[in-house]
Design a protein around this ligand. Structure first.
Ligand code: ADP
Length: 341
């Protein structure tokens, strides 16, 4: 401790201990008694060079016939390395606890927000549907009683109610999508894509679009059937919508298996997306066009992102404005994907 014997003999141990630890040492030593003659104390001391070390002292007390302490023998060893590791561990544990606490708070807040969206859109849906239906009925039955301006007003009510209804419907789907991880099953990718394209046969024909399916027959992927369908439907609908002006619209839906992931893409030769927006289009309500240019609610890609994340996967876009866009989905597929026989 860098002290001479004379500095210590006849004095208490105070000159070497860190002052803040003294009350703790005193309290421990006060517990010494003939029936409890040994206490172990961990405390900090100064070495001769002004550095602080953690020590573990085993203190043994000796008593006279009346039970008073005559002297204490203390044997100390330097435990600085262990103590520093323990402190670092405790700080880490505290940090982890804080992170877990904050994460739980965030999850709760998110859940509340999601519940609110769900409740709000759910309750708005029915009255909106009625406005929609009654404006259609009004048009049907009373069109003859309205002048041109009246008909225009009615059309505007109908259009806006329909648009709001669609938005609320999309929001409801987004809120329903939830966030928990999904149970996956083996899905026939090629059949899924075929059914989807078939569903949109009318639109494809109306637009004169050429749709190519580049998925090996019988290709299997671990996925959640309903969720995957919804994701692919959104991407196909967007591809059709944003390439409608191309002559002709060309759309490709492809899939490529690899060792550990399943990758599916939907490519179009439409208007494309400015690179500045390649990330932001996945945010809810982020739209790059006015409603009159391209109708939509701006919920579709946010839903795609949420859905793919529930399959532990990711979605991204590669695109050049004016040339087209390719949306990629990728999610874990443990082991090579087997081909169905
Ligand atoms: P919506 O299509 O209803 O506006 P989305 O969330 O599906 O909403 O898409 C968000 C935005 O991303 C769209 O408004 C559009 O600007 C852009 N986008 C999506 N898909 C494509 C695509 N295939 N080609 C070009 N732009 C796209």
């Amino acid at each position: 401790f860098g002290k001479r014997l004379e500095d210590l003999i006849g004095k208490r141990w105070h000159p070497i201990a860190v002052m803040e630890d003294v009350p703790h040492i005193e309290a421990k030593l006060a517990a010494l008694s003939p029936s409890n003659p040994v206490v172990t104390i961990e405390n900090r001391v100064y070495d001769g060079q002004g550095e602080i070390h953690w020590m573990e002292f085993v203190n043994r007390a000796f008593f006279d016939a009346d039970g008073n302490i005559t002297h204490i023998q203390a044997v100390g060893r330097d435990i600085s390395v262990r103590k520093e590791a323990e402190i670092a561990l405790a700080i880490n544990a505290q940090l982890e606890e804080k992170v877990a606490q904050r994460t739980a708070e965030l999850q709760r807040a998110n859940q509340e927000l999601e519940n609110f969206t769900y409740a709000a859109s759910h309750d708005m849906r029915a009255p909106l549907g009625r406005i929609n239906n009654f404006s259609a009925l009004l048009r049907q039955r009373y069109i003859g009683h309205l002048d041109e301006e009246g008909r225009l007003f009615l059309d505007l009510i109908h259009q806006n109610a329909s648009r709001l209804y669609q938005l609320v419907d999309d929001l409801l789907a987004h809120a329903r999508m939830g966030t928990e991880k999904l149970e996956m099953a083996s899905i026939d990718l090629e059949a899924t894509v075929q059914v989807l394209v078939h569903e949109r046969a009318d639109d494809i024909q109306r637009l004169g679009a050429q749709v190519r399916i580049d998925v090996a027959p019988g290709m299997q992927a671990p996925a959640h059937a309903l969720v995957l369908n919804q994701v692919l439907r959104n991407l196909l609908d967007n591809a059709l919508k944003y390439s409608a002006m191309a002559k002709p619209p060309r759309i490709e839906i492809g899939a490529g298996p690899s060792e550990s992931v399943c990758r599916v893409w939907v490519r179009d030769n439409g208007i494309g997306i400015d690179p500045a927006y390649h990330q932001r289009i996945f945010e809810i309500f982020r739209r790059l066009h006015t409603y009159s240019e391209f109708p939509g609610s701006g919920v579709g890609l946010a839903l795609v992102k949420k859905a793919v994340e529930r399959m532990n996967g990711r979605v991204w876009v590669e695109s050049e404005p004016g040339v087209g866009a390719t949306f990629f989905l990728e999610w874990p597929a443990p082991g090579p994907m087997p081909m169905a026989i």
